[in-house]
Structure formats: structure tokens, C-alpha cells
Design a binder for this molecule. Structure first.
Ligand SMILES: Cc1cc2nc3c(=O)[nH]c(=O)nc-3n(C[C@H](O)[C@H](O)[C@H](O)COP(=O)(O)OP(=O)(O)OC[C@H]3O[C@@H](n4cnc5c(N)ncnc54)[C@H](O)[C@@H]3O)c2cc1C
Length: 569
């Protein structure tokens, strides 16, 4: 059996694992990150992408609120290309009253979150999409964060420091010798090869699945798996994050992100057997639409692109609590201290928002055991590409990318601008002024070029269409890959010299997209799905895909949905 050796093995390539990877590499540890799928394919790729100001927890969870606002400021500094400083509004509707607003303002003050109380008229001028019947509003420094980009940037930095990423590789066991964790057993999911990695520290960053890794060592943790469903709307309806000013509840956040808006979320306790069940139910869609339309009434008549769900990795530290009240704070367990099992550290709980802090805490623990005194630098060192400030990104004025100036570019602004928007300073690695072929647009909705696709394959470890979607947003826009999926598959076939693999990845992509589209099929969306099916089956011979045909049951169900939504705008 093949054996690798290193200082630290990290299990899990979500934002937390990626953050630990970067931190360990920057402190000079030999590091390998093992992810069973693609990076950011777990909960990290299944949330709103809200850069919390902490205000959402100001009343119910003061500690998490304070953690969020500190990290909010840090991430704005180190990850400009992954963040939009949109600010947010907490609006009170007549049915909410203004009572909660007082507690909310007190809570924000306690946590150190800046607030500005606005009149309804002022709020409507700032964000015209909000419900005009609001009776009050508070402005707070919420923003948006692209979960895929931030994870990928952390991985890129770690790899540039010498770290190794093993994606599509599952950890199947811990190697325990003389009461000490000495490494992990793995399987390469593509080739089926079993191998082991010997290491001095193992860091379990598997989020909602962390109990499974702990069970390899006969340890347990009281996870509280809280599932949430979300809908992606067909265009960007709002420019500020819109929240309801009331106790956190269903469907009370509308987050803008790139070209779309996301409404979320529901919150349901699920058992550990349901962690892989990501299908969104009719009831969840119904609740999201009905409650969401109260935040922004035009939502009721806006096309919905897709639905998705994720499971929050919450830890139940005390008995009791519910989905909404349980702490969003991070949980770090040094098993040398908690279970007399040296060599294993678990980092879970928390939020996307606090991934860097979580990484710092876990890396500090590993560094202590390895006698490494190099301090953490991740709070001040910008991520690769992040040299542009948010304003530069928006205006493109000062975007000076390694001698390449966006303002002077002869390329269409959408082409150069999108590249810089997504990759910041690193856009220089693939935007070539004089190469029409390189700058040819592959995905019109998100303006992704051939050069960007090739860069993602070469530098960002993208191996399939879905990986490319996560790295570049190809196929994420309003057409959901209708036109660009085939072109991108063609490019993949070219780079990997393997047409069969490209067809397989196209089929997987279509299946994956279908899962998200199916729960929201009615009206134009349903017509478009029928059209897609004909194209895919008739033109491309991909009809064998897993059930991607709108059938009679779907139609009946969705026309029911449609009438309910119309009755309840
Ligand atoms: C509906 C919803 C909305 C949310 N909204 C927000 C928000 O707006 N803002 C915010 O800050 N937070 C939000 N969160 C919380 C946030 O998404 C999570 O806290 C965060 O993404 C967790 O990241 P992670 O890296 O710890 O876990 P994950 O992203 O789940 O990563 C764990 C990884 O471990 C891998 N893995 C598991 N087992 C193994 C194994 N045996 N071998 C190898 N790999 C393995 C998995 O494949 C996975 O990729 C939301 C969560 C949900 C569910």
C-alpha cells in the first residue's frame, strides 16, 4: 500500500478545512488536505453567502454576534475579491411591530455592531425592492461573500506555500498506535486505490460529518444537524441584504450575490441518516416564497432558477435548545486534552463567516503539539488576488493587474471586468489583451472566457464541469448552463484529451442541475425544462440522464404550486 508522510493531515475541504490548510502551510508545516469530493461541495457550497455583521445574532447569541463583526472587518481587508460591501437592512413590517427593534439595537451595541436607524422613506430610497409597508428599518454592515471563491483562494495560497490537496479522496479510518493518532487511511474515489497518510497531527474539519471521523476513534459528539433550504431567484433583485427585524425565523433573509439573489432559509432538525438528502420539498418552497415575498413583494412574480439545501454543523453543548437558539459559535476539541487521545483535533460549528478564526484556533492547537512558534498571519495577509479594494472592483478604475490596466483595456468591459471581479489581481494570469481565442466568451450569463476555464483547470484544480461551476460561475446564471455546459465540456475534453470523461461530466452536470430545478417547476420554468430535455435528448443523446424529463406528476404538482403562490403573493 502506498504511504505518504507529512506533519498535518486535514480532513474536509470546506471553508474551514481550506482555512486550516492555508494557515498550517503559512506557518511552515508540511500539510495535506483530503476531501472526499470537490472543495466547497459540502455545506460551504450550500448557504446564502451572507457576510454576517453579527446583527442576526445580536439578541439571541451575543458571543457569535461579536465573533461575526470582528471577522466581518478582517475578511473585508484580506478577501476583497470574494466580498461585496452591500450593507444590509433589518426591516420591521406591521405584523412585527417595533418592539423587537429596541432589543435589536441594544444587542448590536453590546456586540460592537454599528447601526443607523432609518425612516421607511429613507430605507426605500436606499433599497427600492423592500416591502413599502415597512414601519421601520436599521442599516447594518452586512455584506456578501462568495463561498466558492473564498475556499478556492485559501487552497490556492496553501498550495503555493507547498501544501498538497487530494480531492475525490475519502478518509476511511484513523491510524491509531499506542493510544496516539498517527495518520489516516484513504481511498481515491476515482481509481479505487487504498493508501495511507502518516502524520503527526490530524485535523478533523468535516463540518456536519465530524462525528463520523470521531467514531473512527470511538469518540462521540452531540451534533445538532439543522437543515435549511434556499431558492435562487432569476436576477439580482436587491443590492443590499434585506433581513426581517424579528427573532430569526423562516425565510427572513434576501441576499444579493453576483447576478442573482438568494432567499432563505428554513430550519429543520434532521437525523444523521438524512445528511445526504438534499432534495428540497414542496413545503419548503412554499414557505420560502410566501414569507420571502413579504420582504420584497416582487419576489412573488420573479422567476426562480433553482432550489438547494444544506445542513448546519451545529454542536449541542448543553441539553435543550432548538434550531434557531443553538449557538453558532465555533467548537474546537483538542482530543489530547478532552479524551486523552493525542494527535487528533476537531474543529466544527461556527459559520462560513468565521472560517478564518476557526482555522486559526485549530492551527494554534496543532502548532503547540508540533512545537512551532510561528504566529498566525491570516488576519492581515491578503488572499491571492485580493489586492483590489471593493471600490476598485466596482468601478474598474484603479484595477492595475500586474501591468494590465482594466481602464485602458481594449477588451469589452464585461470580459475584463468579470475576470477581475472574480479573481482580483490573479486575472492577469489569464486575461490576454492580444488573444481573441483566449478571451472568447464561453458562458454569456456570467461572462466566463475560455482563458478563465483553462486557468481554473490548470491552477484551481477543477476536474469536472461542476468543479468549474464552483471556480468560475460557468453555468450558474439565468440559463443554468443551457448553452455553456456543452462548450465547457468540449474544452474539458480538449484539456484532458478525453471525450468520454467530458460526456460523463456533462451528464453529471445536467443531473445535478435537474435536482435543483425540479422543486421549482411551473410556468416558464417548466416550459424551459421541457425545451432543455428535448435539446439534451434529441440533439446530444443525453436522454439517459437520471430522470431529467419533466413528467406528468411534476407538472401536476407544480401547477398546484403555482396556483398557491398566485393566491398568496
Ligand atoms: C441553509 C444554510 C445557510 C447558511 N447561511 C450562512 C451564511 O449566509 N453565512 C455564513 O457565514 N454561514 C452560513 N451557513 C453556515 C455555513 O455554511 C457553515 O457553517 C460552513 O459552510 C461549514 O463549513 P465547513 O468547512 O466547516 O463544513 P463543510 O463545508 O461541510 O465541509 C466539510 C467537508 O468535509 C468533507 N468530508 C466529510 N467526510 C469526509 C471524509 N470522511 N473524508 C474526506 N472528506 C470528508 C465533506 O465532503 C465536506 O466538503 C449556512 C448553513 C446552512 C445549512
Amino acid at each position: 500500500m502506498r504511504r505518504l508522510e507529512t506533519d498535518v493531515v486535514i480532513i474536509g475541504g470546506g471553508a474551514t478545512g481550506a482555512g486550516v490548510f492555508r494557515d498550517c502551510c503559512l506557518r511552515g508545516m508540511r500539510t495535506i488536505l483530503v476531501e472526499r469530493g470537490d472543495i466547497a461541495s459540502g455545506t460551504t457550497g450550500r448557504n446564502h453567502g451572507l457576510l454576517h455583521s453579527g446583527a442576526r445574532y445580536a439578541v439571541t447569541d451575543s458571543h457569535s454576534a461579536a465573533e461575526c463583526i470582528r471577522e466581518n472587518r478582517t475578511l473585508k481587508h484580506i478577501a476583497g475579491h470574494c466580498i461585496e460591501r452591500t450593507d444590509g437592512l433589518f426591516i420591521s413590517l406591521p405584523e412585527d411591530g417595533l418592539e423587537y427593534q429596541k432589543d435589536f439595537l441594544d444587542g448590536c451595541k453590546r456586540a460592537g455592531i454599528e447601526t443607523e436607524v432609518l425612516t421607511p422613506e429613507q430605507a426605500l430610497i436606499l433599497e427600492p425592492s423592500i416591502n413599502p409597508s415597512l414601519i421601520g428599518a436599521v442599516r447594518i454592515p452586512d455584506g456578501t461573500i462568495d463561498p466558492f471563491r473564498i475556499t478556492s483562494s485559501n487552497i490556492l495560497d496553501g498550495r503555493e506555500q507547498g501544501g498538497t490537496l487530494l480531492s475525490d479522496t475519502k478518509v476511511t479510518g484513523l491510524i491509531i498506535h499506542m493510544g496516539h493518532v498517527r495518520g489516516v487511511n484513504c481511498i481515491d474515489q476515482r481509481t479505487g486505490e487504498h493508501f495511507e497518510i502518516r502524520s503527526r497531527q490530524v485535523i478533523n474539519a468535516t463540518g456536519a460529518w465530524c462525528h463520523e471521523v470521531m467514531e473512527y476513534a470511538d469518540l462521540s459528539v452531540d451534533m445538532y444537524h439543522s437543515r435549511g433550504a434556499l431558492l435562487i431567484l432569476g436576477h439580482r433583485m436587491n443590492n443590499m441584504v434585506i433581513n426581517r427585524c424579528r427573532r430569526p425565523g423562516d425565510s427572513d433573509i434576501l441576499v444579493p450575490g453576483d447576478t442573482v439573489s438568494v432567499i432563505g432559509t428554513t430550519s429543520t432538525h434532521v437525523s444523521r441518516d438524512e445528511l445526504e438528502t438534499m432534495e428540497v420539498t414542496d413545503d419548503e418552497v412554499r414557505v420560502l416564497l410566501k414569507e420571502g415575498s413579504k420582504l420584497a413583494p416582487s419576489m412573488a412574480s420573479t422567476r426562480i432558477l433553482r432550489a438547494y439545501a444544506g445542513v448546519r454543523p451545529l454542536v449541542s453543548l448543553s441539553s435543550g435548545g432548538s434550531d434557531r437558539t443553538i449557538s453558532r459559535g465555533l467548537v474546537a476539541l483538542d482530543h489530547a486534552e478532552t479524551d486523552a487521545l493525542p494527535g487528533l483535533i476537531t474543529i466544527t460549528g461556527g459559520k462560513l463567516m468565521t472560517y478564518r478564526l476557526m482555522a486559526e484556533v485549530a492551527t494554534d492547537m496543532a502548532a503547540k503539539h508540533l512545537d512551532i512558534s510561528t504566529p498566525c498571519t491570516t488576519a492581515s495577509r491578503p488572499l491571492p488576488g485580493a489586492l483590489l479594494s471593493d471600490d476598485d472592483k466596482r468601478t474598474g478604475k484603479k484595477a492595475q493587474v500586474g501591468g494590465y490596466s482594466l481602464a485602458d483595456s481594449s477588451l469589452p468591459k464585461s470580459v475584463a471586468g468579470s475576470a477581475v471581479y472574480r479573481h482580483g489581481e490573479r486575472a492577469k494570469d489569464f486575461v490576454k489583451e492580444d488573444s481573441k481565442w483566449n478571451n472568447a466568451v464561453v458562458c454569456e450569463c456570467e461572462v466566463v472566457t475560455r482563458g478563465e476555464i483553462l486557468y481554473a483547470v490548470d491552477k484551481l484544480n477543477a476536474r469536472s464541469l461542476s468543479d468549474l461551476r464552483r471556480r468560475t460561475r460557468v453555468g450558474m446564471g439565468p440559463c443554468q448552463g443551457e448553452m455553456c455546459a456543452c462548450r465547457t465540456a468540449g474544452l474539458l475534453a480538449e484539456t484532458r484529451n478525453n471525450q468520454i470523461e467530458a460526456l460523463d461530466t456533462l451528464r453529471d452536470f445536467i443531473d445535478e442541475r435537474w435536482k435543483g430545478v425540479r422543486p421549482v417547476l411551473w410556468g416558464d420554468g417548466l416550459r424551459e425544462a421541457e425545451f432543455s430535455y428535448w435539446v439534451q435528448e434529441g440533439l446530444l443523446g443525453l436522454g439517459g440522464s437520471e430522470g431529467n424529463k419533466p413528467d406528468e406528476t411534476t407538472k401536476e404538482k407544480t401547477s398546484l404550486e403555482k396556483s398557491e403562490v398566485e393566491a398568496n403573493p
